[in-house]
Design a protein around this ligand. Structure first.
Ligand SMILES: C[S@@+](CC[C@H](N)C(=O)[O-])C[C@H]1O[C@@H](n2cnc3c(N)ncnc32)[C@H](O)[C@@H]1O
Length: 239
Protein backbone atom coordinates (compact mmCIF):
# COMPACT_ATOMS: atom_id res chain seq x y z
CA UNK A 1 0.00 0.00 0.00
CA UNK A 2 1.47 3.35 -0.92
CA UNK A 3 2.00 6.05 1.65
CA UNK A 4 -0.82 8.62 1.94
CA UNK A 5 1.69 11.43 1.47
CA UNK A 6 3.44 9.99 -1.54
CA UNK A 7 2.18 10.69 -5.06
CA UNK A 8 4.16 10.41 -8.27
CA UNK A 9 4.63 13.25 -10.75
CA UNK A 10 2.95 16.62 -10.57
CA UNK A 11 0.49 15.49 -7.88
CA UNK A 12 3.37 15.35 -5.43
CA UNK A 13 3.58 19.04 -4.60
CA UNK A 14 0.13 19.19 -2.98
CA UNK A 15 0.77 16.04 -0.91
CA UNK A 16 4.19 17.24 0.20
CA UNK A 17 2.74 20.63 1.09
CA UNK A 18 0.05 18.95 3.24
CA UNK A 19 2.67 16.84 4.91
CA UNK A 20 4.88 19.75 5.98
CA UNK A 21 1.90 21.84 7.06
CA UNK A 22 0.96 18.99 9.34
CA UNK A 23 4.38 18.35 10.88
CA UNK A 24 5.88 21.88 10.89
CA UNK A 25 5.35 22.48 14.62
CA UNK A 26 7.23 19.33 15.58
CA UNK A 27 9.66 19.20 12.66
CA UNK A 28 12.81 20.30 14.51
CA UNK A 29 12.21 18.02 17.49
CA UNK A 30 11.59 15.03 15.22
CA UNK A 31 14.76 15.71 13.25
CA UNK A 32 16.74 15.52 16.47
CA UNK A 33 15.02 12.34 17.59
CA UNK A 34 15.18 10.37 14.35
CA UNK A 35 18.81 11.28 13.59
CA UNK A 36 20.02 11.23 17.22
CA UNK A 37 20.91 14.91 16.73
CA UNK A 38 23.32 14.12 13.90
CA UNK A 39 21.46 16.20 11.30
CA UNK A 40 22.94 19.28 13.00
CA UNK A 41 26.50 18.12 12.18
CA UNK A 42 25.57 17.24 8.61
CA UNK A 43 24.09 20.68 8.04
CA UNK A 44 27.24 22.29 9.44
CA UNK A 45 29.20 20.16 6.96
CA UNK A 46 27.11 21.66 4.16
CA UNK A 47 27.86 25.17 5.43
CA UNK A 48 31.60 24.33 5.72
CA UNK A 49 31.67 23.06 2.14
CA UNK A 50 30.00 26.27 0.96
CA UNK A 51 33.18 28.19 1.87
CA UNK A 52 31.36 31.39 2.74
CA UNK A 53 33.18 34.66 2.60
CA UNK A 54 31.46 37.79 3.88
CA UNK A 55 28.99 39.12 1.36
CA UNK A 56 28.67 35.97 -0.74
CA UNK A 57 25.12 35.49 -1.93
CA UNK A 58 23.56 32.22 -0.92
CA UNK A 59 20.25 30.56 -1.66
CA UNK A 60 18.95 27.71 0.50
CA UNK A 61 16.13 25.86 -1.25
CA UNK A 62 13.45 23.92 0.58
CA UNK A 63 14.78 25.72 3.63
CA UNK A 64 12.04 24.53 5.98
CA UNK A 65 12.64 25.94 9.46
CA UNK A 66 15.95 27.33 8.24
CA UNK A 67 18.84 25.32 9.73
CA UNK A 68 21.13 25.53 6.69
CA UNK A 69 20.14 29.13 5.93
CA UNK A 70 21.07 30.12 9.50
CA UNK A 71 24.38 28.25 9.32
CA UNK A 72 25.32 30.08 6.10
CA UNK A 73 24.20 33.47 7.43
CA UNK A 74 26.14 32.99 10.66
CA UNK A 75 29.24 32.53 8.51
CA UNK A 76 28.59 35.90 6.85
CA UNK A 77 26.71 35.10 3.65
CA UNK A 78 23.71 37.12 2.47
CA UNK A 79 21.17 34.36 2.53
CA UNK A 80 17.73 33.81 1.05
CA UNK A 81 15.83 30.80 2.35
CA UNK A 82 13.05 29.66 0.04
CA UNK A 83 10.26 27.20 0.73
CA UNK A 84 6.69 26.64 -0.46
CA UNK A 85 5.24 25.76 2.95
CA UNK A 86 3.85 28.76 4.88
CA UNK A 87 3.90 26.93 8.25
CA UNK A 88 7.56 25.94 7.83
CA UNK A 89 8.46 29.50 6.76
CA UNK A 90 6.61 30.94 9.77
CA UNK A 91 8.84 28.96 12.09
CA UNK A 92 11.95 30.04 10.19
CA UNK A 93 10.85 33.69 10.40
CA UNK A 94 10.10 33.38 14.13
CA UNK A 95 13.57 31.92 14.72
CA UNK A 96 15.05 34.81 12.77
CA UNK A 97 13.15 37.36 14.86
CA UNK A 98 14.82 35.87 17.92
CA UNK A 99 18.34 35.72 16.47
CA UNK A 100 18.09 39.05 14.63
CA UNK A 101 20.47 38.08 11.83
CA UNK A 102 20.27 40.98 9.36
CA UNK A 103 21.75 39.15 6.36
CA UNK A 104 19.08 36.45 6.29
CA UNK A 105 15.61 36.52 4.77
CA UNK A 106 13.00 33.92 4.03
CA UNK A 107 10.56 33.92 1.15
CA UNK A 108 7.92 31.67 -0.34
CA UNK A 109 8.56 30.03 -3.69
CA UNK A 110 8.73 26.83 -5.69
CA UNK A 111 12.10 25.12 -5.97
CA UNK A 112 11.12 23.90 -9.42
CA UNK A 113 10.50 27.40 -10.77
CA UNK A 114 12.83 29.72 -8.94
CA UNK A 115 11.87 33.39 -8.89
CA UNK A 116 15.46 34.50 -9.55
CA UNK A 117 17.44 35.49 -12.61
CA UNK A 118 20.32 33.44 -13.96
CA UNK A 119 23.71 33.99 -12.31
CA UNK A 120 22.29 35.29 -9.03
CA UNK A 121 24.04 33.23 -6.31
CA UNK A 122 27.52 32.10 -5.27
CA UNK A 123 26.15 29.26 -3.16
CA UNK A 124 23.01 27.21 -3.73
CA UNK A 125 22.12 24.58 -1.15
CA UNK A 126 19.24 22.20 -0.59
CA UNK A 127 18.82 19.99 2.48
CA UNK A 128 16.37 17.09 2.42
CA UNK A 129 14.48 18.86 -0.35
CA UNK A 130 15.42 17.44 -3.73
CA UNK A 131 13.88 14.06 -2.87
CA UNK A 132 10.54 15.77 -2.29
CA UNK A 133 10.21 17.43 -5.67
CA UNK A 134 8.03 16.17 -8.50
CA UNK A 135 11.24 16.22 -10.54
CA UNK A 136 14.52 16.28 -8.63
CA UNK A 137 16.33 16.75 -11.95
CA UNK A 138 14.36 19.90 -12.59
CA UNK A 139 15.27 21.13 -9.09
CA UNK A 140 18.96 20.61 -9.80
CA UNK A 141 18.65 22.34 -13.18
CA UNK A 142 17.11 25.34 -11.44
CA UNK A 143 19.94 25.37 -8.89
CA UNK A 144 22.39 25.41 -11.78
CA UNK A 145 20.49 28.14 -13.63
CA UNK A 146 20.57 30.65 -10.75
CA UNK A 147 24.22 29.93 -9.85
CA UNK A 148 26.99 32.31 -10.86
CA UNK A 149 30.23 31.15 -12.47
CA UNK A 150 32.38 29.54 -9.76
CA UNK A 151 29.37 28.90 -7.50
CA UNK A 152 29.06 25.93 -5.14
CA UNK A 153 25.99 23.68 -5.41
CA UNK A 154 25.43 21.44 -2.40
CA UNK A 155 22.75 18.82 -1.84
CA UNK A 156 22.19 17.03 1.47
CA UNK A 157 19.72 14.16 1.55
CA UNK A 158 19.05 10.62 2.65
CA UNK A 159 21.25 8.25 0.71
CA UNK A 160 21.34 4.61 -0.28
CA UNK A 161 24.21 2.71 1.30
CA UNK A 162 26.15 0.53 -1.13
CA UNK A 163 26.58 -2.20 1.48
CA UNK A 164 23.50 -4.45 1.30
CA UNK A 165 23.54 -5.47 4.99
CA UNK A 166 23.87 -1.90 6.21
CA UNK A 167 21.20 -0.77 3.75
CA UNK A 168 18.81 -3.39 5.15
CA UNK A 169 19.42 -2.23 8.76
CA UNK A 170 19.04 1.39 7.80
CA UNK A 171 15.86 0.83 5.76
CA UNK A 172 14.45 -1.11 8.73
CA UNK A 173 15.11 1.95 10.91
CA UNK A 174 13.28 4.13 8.37
CA UNK A 175 10.46 1.62 8.09
CA UNK A 176 9.88 0.98 11.78
CA UNK A 177 11.56 3.28 14.29
CA UNK A 178 11.12 6.52 12.37
CA UNK A 179 7.33 6.16 11.82
CA UNK A 180 7.00 5.09 15.47
CA UNK A 181 8.83 8.24 16.60
CA UNK A 182 6.53 10.19 14.22
CA UNK A 183 3.47 8.61 15.82
CA UNK A 184 4.59 9.19 19.40
CA UNK A 185 5.86 12.74 19.08
CA UNK A 186 3.93 14.14 16.14
CA UNK A 187 0.76 12.03 16.03
CA UNK A 188 1.47 10.79 12.51
CA UNK A 189 3.24 7.58 11.56
CA UNK A 190 2.45 8.03 7.87
CA UNK A 191 4.15 11.43 7.66
CA UNK A 192 7.37 9.76 8.72
CA UNK A 193 6.82 6.55 6.75
CA UNK A 194 6.97 8.95 3.80
CA UNK A 195 10.74 9.26 4.18
CA UNK A 196 11.34 5.65 3.15
CA UNK A 197 8.65 5.79 0.47
CA UNK A 198 10.18 8.89 -1.11
CA UNK A 199 13.71 7.51 -0.77
CA UNK A 200 12.72 4.36 -2.66
CA UNK A 201 11.68 6.56 -5.59
CA UNK A 202 14.78 8.77 -5.38
CA UNK A 203 17.93 7.45 -7.07
CA UNK A 204 20.04 9.20 -4.41
CA UNK A 205 23.68 10.24 -4.31
CA UNK A 206 25.09 8.46 -7.37
CA UNK A 207 22.39 9.71 -9.72
CA UNK A 208 22.63 13.22 -8.28
CA UNK A 209 26.38 13.18 -9.00
CA UNK A 210 25.70 11.93 -12.53
CA UNK A 211 23.18 14.71 -13.12
CA UNK A 212 25.67 17.27 -11.75
CA UNK A 213 28.18 16.05 -14.36
CA UNK A 214 25.50 16.28 -17.08
CA UNK A 215 24.97 19.88 -16.03
CA UNK A 216 28.69 20.44 -16.63
CA UNK A 217 29.49 21.09 -12.99
CA UNK A 218 33.12 20.64 -12.00
CA UNK A 219 34.72 19.20 -8.82
CA UNK A 220 31.73 16.87 -8.49
CA UNK A 221 32.03 14.85 -5.28
CA UNK A 222 29.89 12.59 -3.13
CA UNK A 223 30.50 12.65 0.61
CA UNK A 224 28.94 9.58 2.14
CA UNK A 225 27.94 10.02 5.77
CA UNK A 226 27.13 7.08 8.04
CA UNK A 227 28.20 4.62 5.36
CA UNK A 228 26.05 6.29 2.70
CA UNK A 229 22.85 6.44 4.75
CA UNK A 230 23.16 10.19 4.29
CA UNK A 231 25.00 11.93 1.51
CA UNK A 232 26.23 15.32 0.48
CA UNK A 233 26.60 15.98 -3.24
CA UNK A 234 28.93 18.81 -4.17
CA UNK A 235 29.65 20.51 -7.49
CA UNK A 236 30.86 23.85 -8.82
CA UNK A 237 29.88 25.84 -11.85
CA UNK A 238 32.76 26.57 -14.19
CA UNK A 239 34.46 29.80 -13.11
C1 LIG B 1 12.42 17.72 4.85
S1 LIG B 1 12.15 19.45 4.79
C2 LIG B 1 13.79 20.08 4.82
C3 LIG B 1 13.91 21.38 5.57
C4 LIG B 1 15.32 21.88 5.79
N1 LIG B 1 16.02 22.09 4.54
C5 LIG B 1 16.12 20.95 6.66
O1 LIG B 1 17.11 20.40 6.16
O2 LIG B 1 15.75 20.75 7.80
C6 LIG B 1 11.70 19.65 3.11
C7 LIG B 1 11.19 21.04 2.81
O3 LIG B 1 11.03 21.15 1.40
C8 LIG B 1 9.92 21.98 1.15
N2 LIG B 1 9.51 21.75 -0.24
C9 LIG B 1 9.11 20.59 -0.80
N3 LIG B 1 8.82 20.76 -2.10
C10 LIG B 1 9.07 22.07 -2.38
C11 LIG B 1 9.00 22.86 -3.55
N4 LIG B 1 8.58 22.34 -4.72
N5 LIG B 1 9.35 24.15 -3.49
C12 LIG B 1 9.78 24.69 -2.32
N6 LIG B 1 9.85 24.00 -1.16
C13 LIG B 1 9.51 22.70 -1.19
C14 LIG B 1 8.92 21.56 2.21
O4 LIG B 1 7.94 22.54 2.41
C15 LIG B 1 9.83 21.37 3.42
O5 LIG B 1 9.92 22.53 4.20
Amino acid sequence: MSNVFYAPGEARAAKVNDLFARIARRYDLLNDLQSFGLHRNWKQRVADLARVTPGTRALDLCCGTGDIAFALAQRGADVTGLDFSPPMLEIAARRNLKSQIPNLKFQPGDAQQLPFAENSFDIVTVGYGLRNLASWERGLEEMRRVARPGARLIVLDFGKPANAAWRAVYFAHLKMSVPLIGLLFCGSASAYAYILESLKQFPAQLAVAEKMRDLKLTHVRVLNLLGGAMAINYGETAG
